[in-house]
Design a binder for this molecule. Structure first.
Ligand SMILES: [Zn+2]
Length: 222
């Protein structure tokens, strides 16, 4: 805990004064560009990955970057989606999975979750992804299977996201775009779902497409 408290002290002493104007402007308003929904994993850092500043990303984090389908679970995730889309008017929702995801690995080995009933129940919202990748014969080695499951889970959660009325309404009006990402911890690479190709493509080789997706003036610092 000492390290964390020392970090707060350093933030107040060194970081905050340099950005005092930014924080004072944000004190009574926020206008985030996107809802960034990702895993609770400590190695995934949305603001660092995207280089977004305070106030630019509304965030929702849970084990496995899961979005329960509308009506399946009224809780923090559905409330965060509804508020950010309907009230804050975010124009983009990004669902971001990541490499070495413990939740996805647990989904491959659900027998290990006997003493974690909350996790087991939560991961049921990713069952379609698990079943989809387990249909492939012969099954690939564990690490390839994990990657395939994590990517498929992003696709599944985007499908679940579309069942939320707040999302459906904005999409019908052309006011909301959905994006699937995969973040690779060991390389820093971000892969973006190309839905027409049903493939995740690296941002570094896909810059123009991403810039278009984010609209002029909203581009990420790549
Ligand atoms: Zn994870």
């Amino acid at each position: 805990m000492d390290k964390i408290l020392a970090g707060v002290a350093r933030f107040q002493r060194e970081v905050f004064p340099e950005q005092r104007d930014v924080f004072q402007k944000l004190a009574f308003e926020q206008n985030p560009r996107a809802l960034f929904l990702t895993c609770a994993d400590s190695r995934v850092m949305p603001n660092l990955i995207t280089q977004c500043k305070p106030g630019e990303l509304f965030q929702c984090r849970d084990v496995g970057n899961i979005v329960p389908p509308y009506g399946a679970a009224y809780g923090g995730v559905s409330a965060t989606i509804e508020y950010s889309v309907s009230v804050l008017g975010v124009k983009h929702v990004i669902i971001c999975g990541h490499s070495d995801c413990g939740a996805m690995r647990a989904l491959l080995h659900s027998e290990r979750l006997a003493k974690l009933p909350s996790v087991l129940g939560w991961l049921h919202h990713a069952e379609a992804a698990r079943r989809t990748v387990m249909e492939v014969e012969p099954l690939p080695p564990e690490e390839q299977l994990l990657r395939a499951l994590t990517e498929q889970n992003v696709v599944t959660q985007l499908t679940n996201l579309r069942t939320h009325p707040s999302v459906a309404v904005k999409m019908a009006k052309g006011e909301l775009s959905l994006h699937g990402w995969f973040y690779e911890i060991e390389t820093g690479e971000v892969y973006v779902l190309n839905e027409s190709k049903k493939a995740f493509e690296p941002v570094s080789g896909n810059r123009e497409q991403l810039v278009r997706a984010w609209q002029p003036g909203e581009t990420l610092a790549l």
